[in-house]
Design a protein around this ligand. Structure first.
Ligand code: WTA
Length: 549
């Protein structure tokens, strides 16, 4: 292949993928069907444990057939290459093979986190122009509520509805996978930025080459591993490292359908003899809070390799991991936009507690100032990456301007502040913008503010991430009320609930403070930076653009 997304490293690796004879490439074929050719057909692909402890095992053969049925069904109802097909489901096995089935048809798959309420869902379904959404009976009311506002939506498929099941079962279990081009769009995932509504980050089929290489290198996956990535596929980690790269490598993968619970998590590791575990700092800190004794009650000796992603991994958590599991958590850094891990403490590199590690062999990273000049060693700057790598986003759905804004002087600007030390290790410092990371989940302040101001008692709101020892950050809202006398603790909890029911269960402000007015620029933009500085008792910095305050 000859185009700008083929960096030199990957040009020498084409054999790691299955290309169709006409030079086309489909990610889903590489993830599933290729396993049959490799002799993995009867191997367990998915060990699924539901919240109530029921366990289901699904082989690669079975996943291929299930995804083929979905693909045939979509084909039958007129889905064509390039159409958007969405999934709004909790972590159940259907989500996994539906995602791959969609891509087999050449359509673009999208997944929305099941905590989203109707309005958040509407933004995403309408922006993507989805024709179909897969959901279940439980979540259906949230889709029903908004379906009349979605002109492009033609069907809602309810996976636990008898009608759907009958249709699905009547489909053939073989399917001729669409001969997509390597650069065709495969899936997209909505993610928050600092301003505006969530953006649809679009990835191409060719991304799989780098996703496989990074999983091999950073997660040390071996054929006999039992691998558990705790991320939900509503987020990029749950797609790339719990569906795509792991199965493309033929790895038996554990998925737990329930919520976080320390004891339950240890039971899962012990019961399924998990060897490789990829999780997030907040979860590790929550396990830490439950203490060492709880760890000792379980036989976790199967664990061989531990890794972490999504937010800064503090050295205490790494050291605790080593004390209780006898293994270090390896920190990895990447973003929805980068499509795969870019910087990591790889097994061969060893652990540098507190550092994100080093750029992977195929990544060129630099710390630059705002004028795109490289800064000196140990100095803080913008973490930038040299494009184009195979798994980088190809566009932002219907927002080419936003997409272009990530690039300057032939570099990709991550939006993170970091520094590089004399040995070449990268250290995370913080975001350059107002993006919030709470429990590893990415929340845009604008989305939360927009919901708060819909409440009848609220005039305006400014939302920030406030540092928190367990969750990394919590969402804090500064709220200006219509009438100061309305301020009460009761109204605070009412506002928190209002966000839960209008946006999402995971995106509500855990702290609310009523204030008289918000700091704004003369052009009326909320200066969240000032709210944050005040909250932390830090110097406020340059306020030359601030309106009289
Ligand atoms: C943050 C998650 C510190 C960072 C895969 C980035 C991290 C954003 C780390 C992307 C890490 C991710 N250390 N911060 N190891 N990994 N981040 O798109 O701010 O949900 O820009 O992708 O998470 O979040 P996203």
């Amino acid at each position: 292949m000859d185009n700008k997304y083929t960096s030199e490293y990957f040009q020498n690796l084409p054999d790691s993928l299955v290309w169709f004879e006409d030079g086309s490439l489909n990610m889903a074929y590489n993830v599933l069907d290729h396993n049959i050719e490799k002799g993995n057909g009867n191997k367990t692909a998915l060990i699924y444990e539901a919240e109530d402890g029921t366990t289901t095992e699904i082989t690669f053969f079975s996943l291929v057939r299930k995804s083929n049925r979905i693909a045939n069904y979509l084909h039958q109802i007129g889905i064509k290459k390039g159409d958007r097909v969405s999934i709004f489901l909790p972590r159940i096995p259907e989500l996994f093979y539906i995602f791959l089935g969609i891509m087999k048809t050449g359509a673009i798959a999208s997944v929305y986190f099941s905590a989203f309420e109707s309005e958040a869902l509407k933004d995403r379904l309408s922006n993507s122009g989805s024709k179909i959404v897969f959901t279940n009976k439980n979540l259906l009311p949230r889709v029903e509520k908004i379906k009349n506002d979605l002109s492009e939506l033609s069907s809602i498929l309810v996976v636990d509805n008898e009608e759907f099941i009958a249709e699905y079962e009547s489909q053939s279990d073989s399917f001729e996978t669409a001969h997509t081009q390597a650069e065709d769009y495969a899936f997209m995932l909505y993610t928050s930025g600092t301003t505006g509504k969530p953006k649809g980050i679009v990835h191409a089929h060719y991304a799989i080459i780098q996703q496989i290489a990074s999983a091999k290198l950073c997660l040390d996956l071996q054929p006999n591993d039992v691998y558990w990535c705790t991320a939900d596929p509503g987020w990029i980690t749950g797609i790339v490292y719990s569906i795509l790269s792991n199965w493309a490598l033929g790895i038996t993968t554990v998925v737990y359908g329930g919520k976080f619970e320390a004891e339950k998590w240890y039971e899962i590791i012990a019961k399924h003899k998990v060897t490789v575990w990829y999780t997030a700092p907040t979860a590790i800190r929550m396990l830490m809070a439950k203490g060492e004794e709880l760890v000792q009650k379980h036989d976790l000796s199967s664990l061989r390799f531990l890794a972490s992603v999504g937010e800064p991994l503090n050295p205490e958590a790494i050291l605790w991991g080593n004390k209780v599991f006898g293994k270090f958590f390896h920190d990895t850094w990447w973003q929805t936009e980068t499509g795969s891990i870019m910087i990591a403490n790889t097994p061969s590199l060893g652990i540098h507690p507190g550092s994100m590690g080093k750029p992977l062999p195929w990544v060129e990273a630099k710390i630059m100032d705002d004028n795109m000049e490289e800064v000196v060693v140990n100095e803080e700057g913008n973490l930038c990456l040299k494009p184009y790598w195979p798994s980088i986003m190809r566009t932002i759905w219907q927002d080419e301007e936003k997409y272009k804004s990530y690039f300057k002087d032939e570099w990709y600007i991550s939006g993170d502040k970091a520094k590089k030390d004399e040995k070449g290790y990268f250290w995370f410092i913080g975001r350059a913008d107002d993006l919030i990371k709470t429990s590893g989940e990415r929340i845009g302040p604008f989305e939360v503010e927009s919901v708060l101001i819909e409440h009848p008692d609220v005039v305006e709101a400014g939302v920030i991430g406030k540092p928190d020892v367990v969750r990394g950050e919590i969402i804090k809202a500064f709220v200006v009320l219509k009438d100061e006398s309305l301020a009460s603790e009761k109204l605070k909890s009412e506002l928190a609930d209002f966000v839960k029911t209008h946006l999402a269960g995971h995106a509500y402000p855990r702290e609310i403070e009523f204030i008289d007015r918000l700091p704004k620029t003369r052009s009326g933009k909320i200066m969240r930076r000032i709210l944050r500085a005040k909250e932390l008792g830090q110097p406020i910095g340059d306020i030359s653009t601030l309106e009289d305050y």
